[in-house]
Design a binder for this molecule. Structure first.
Ligand SMILES: O=C(O)c1ccccc1NCC(=O)[C@H](O)[C@H](O)COP(=O)(O)O
Length: 255
């Protein structure tokens, strides 16, 4: 795969990840899909996917989190799933963080990384994740193949889009869980109107799957625009930076 056309910060990250997995071998091990992640997001009301995020290109250092402790706090605070960043250079993540979180909590875990090789999906399943992130901005027309691979490995796939063109690709790829990112990963600018706009468009185009609004949420009132529209919100920086993660999760989700 060639990632030279992926622009900005995102391009740099995916080219580094492609280099990391250059010699990786994909050894598929088929597993039945339990849809644990999807079922958690389909519970009544707006579900919280709380993210274990130590750093990011937009914020720099966020917090020196212990992943297992952070995930337990999020779970006590009402999170229905945990997202764990495993990208090491820009997000301070690693595979051990995901392993630790899976052991620590009963709620399902999402492997949040920049998937550029099917071996990363096999790894996600081996590490105990219930789902993996697939970005249309990175995978383009290959998104469909990666969704099928994730499903064959027993994983749910959170297929992420940021604009209308990517939405078309995700719908063509038979995405079952659609994430709309408020953050433009090329410029790192965040616009909270993006997720509701594209989620409405997805429904208008017949999408009946799960909708996830992603990025930029800091206060409960900012969720008003996605309540009754999204099934879930994915929140990282504002929770991870809080002094009390459990209380921050609870407060954010209280209308
Ligand atoms: O967060 C970033 O700065 C970032 C930069 C480049 C690529 C991806 C990036 N973030 C990934 C995410 O989508 C977020 O971690 C996630 O949606 C949570 O966002 P937030 O609540 O704003 O931390």
């Amino acid at each position: 795969m060639d990632f030279t056309a992926v622009p900005g910060v995102l391009g740099r990250i995916v080219r580094e990840r492609a280099e990391d997995y250059l010699d990786a071998e994909f050894q598929p091990s088929a597993r039945p899909r339990t849809k644990r992640f999807e079922r958690a997001l389909r519970l009544p009301g707006l579900s919280l996917i709380a993210e274990v995020k130590r750093a990011s290109p937009s914020k720099g250092h966020i917090a020196a989190l212990d992943p297992a402790q952070a995930a337990r706090s999020y779970e006590r605070g009402g999170a229905r799933a945990v997202s764990v960043l495993t990208e090491p250079r820009h997000f301070g993540g690693d595979d051990q963080a995901l392993r630790d979180v899976v052991k620590a909590v009963a709620i399902p875990a999402l492997r949040k990384d920049f998937v550029v090789h099917p071996a990363m999906l096999a790894e996600a399943a081996q590490l105990g994740a219930s789902a993996a992130l697939l970005m249309v901005s990175v995978l383009g027309e290959l998104t469909h193949t990666f969704v099928q691979t994730a499903h064959a490995l027993g994983l749910d796939a959170l297929v992420e889009v940021h604009d209308e063109r990517e939405l078309d690709v995700a719908l063509e790829a038979d995405a079952e869980i659609l994430g709309v990112n408020n953050r433009d990963l090329t410029t790192l600018k965040t616009d909270l109107a993006n997720a509701p706009r594209l989620m409405r468009l997805a429904r208008a185009r017949g999408f009946e799957g799960v909708l996830v609004a992603e990025s930029g949420y800091e206060r409960a009132e900012q969720l008003a625009d996605v309540r009754g529209l999204a099934d879930a919100v994915l929140v990282g920086s504002s929770l991870a930076a809080a002094d009390d993660l459990e209380e921050a999760a609870r407060r954010l989700m209280t209308p």
